[in-house]
Design a protein around this ligand. Structure first.
Ligand code: ARG
Length: 278
């Protein structure tokens, strides 16, 4: 298998904008540019296509500006999608639209039998056969217990202590089984020890790259796509044998998201990084 089979779900930014504030990056007072966001999104999509990925689209819905961040739709595992339960009312309307898309595209939609919030692939990332699951700001640790029953693999919870890194995919990025990027200060001591004990090669991302959402990267084979301006990270990746692709996503940083948040791996998050070895 190669990275060429990557299938990514994206949502065009037609209705994207900063209409509310649910994380420290969002400010309604800040000027955002719809045209610029559209260009940045199209350029990101083009990079994925040039890397051989297939892009599938879900229709954007007026009044749901954060629907562009498809990583939060749920967690794809084989032919199943574990649907999200958004913490904030502002995003709760997205679930019904994502669920209809998944049902129409042949996925079995599973829901966690708990009212506890769970924000999908934004907070649950496989590294090898372990599912690392972030909690506190968005997902609830009780949801992870239910998730473990559904996916049937080891789920290790990681508390996220810095509100700027409120989803796990903002501060942790698996690159291959046993290899991952992380921003250490986003975790408590215990979380750091869990990561160190289970991941052979953990690469520390510097704060200046972490605040530019360098960890919020999409891995397609040995290609890694992330926000522009993370030059030290690009060097770190090239030493490891990965090719870095930087895309200007400044308009999406204003909502607290970047490359990974704007995609959902439809070929299974669990498969994504295994393919990077091929
Ligand atoms: N404004 C969105 C929110 O706060 C950004 C989501 C970013 N998604 C992610 N997977 N980190 O929910």
């Amino acid at each position: 298998m190669t990275g060429r089979q990557a299938r990514l779900l994206m949502c065009p930014p037609d209705h994207y904008g900063i209409e509310y504030e649910i994380n420290p990056w969002m400010s309604r007072a800040c000027e955002s540019h719809h045209g610029k966001a559209t260009i940045q999104w199209l350029q990101l999509r083009q990079i994925f296509e040039q890397l051989g990925a297939t892009i599938e689209l879900v229709d954007p819905v007026p009044g749901l500006p954060d629907m562009v961040f498809t990583a939060n739709a749920g967690l794809v595992f084989h032919d199943r999608i574990v649907s999200s339960r958004f913490r904030h009312v502002e995003r709760q309307g997205e679930s019904a639209h994502f669920e209809s898309w998944f049902t129409a595209h042949g996925f079995n939609v599973a829901s966690l039998a708990t009212p506890a919030p769970f924000e999908g692939a934004g907070d649950a990332l496989f590294c090898g056969d372990i599912l690392f699951a972030g909690y506190l700001h968005r997902s609830d640790i009780r949801a992870h217990t239910k998730l473990a029953h559904i996916v049937g693999c080891q789920v290790l919870g990681l508390e996220l202590v810095d509100p700027r890194f409120y989803h796990l995919d903002t501060c942790f990025c698996p690159l291959a089984p046993g290899v991952a990027l992380y921003f250490p200060e986003a975790f408590d001591d215990y979380g750091r020890r869990v990561l160190q004990a289970h991941i052979r090669t953990l690469i520390e991302v510097a704060e200046e790259d972490a605040v530019r959402f360098g960890c919020n990267a999409v891995v397609i084979g040995s290609d890694v796509v992330f926000n522009a301006g993370c030059d030290h990270l690009a060097e770190q990746l090239s030493v490891l044998g990965f090719r870095a692709h930087q895309a200007d996503l400044s308009e999406f940083l204003k909502a607290g998201g970047a490359a990974k948040c704007l995609t959902l791996r439809l070929d299974g998050e669990e498969a994504a990084i295994w393919k990077s070895l091929a």
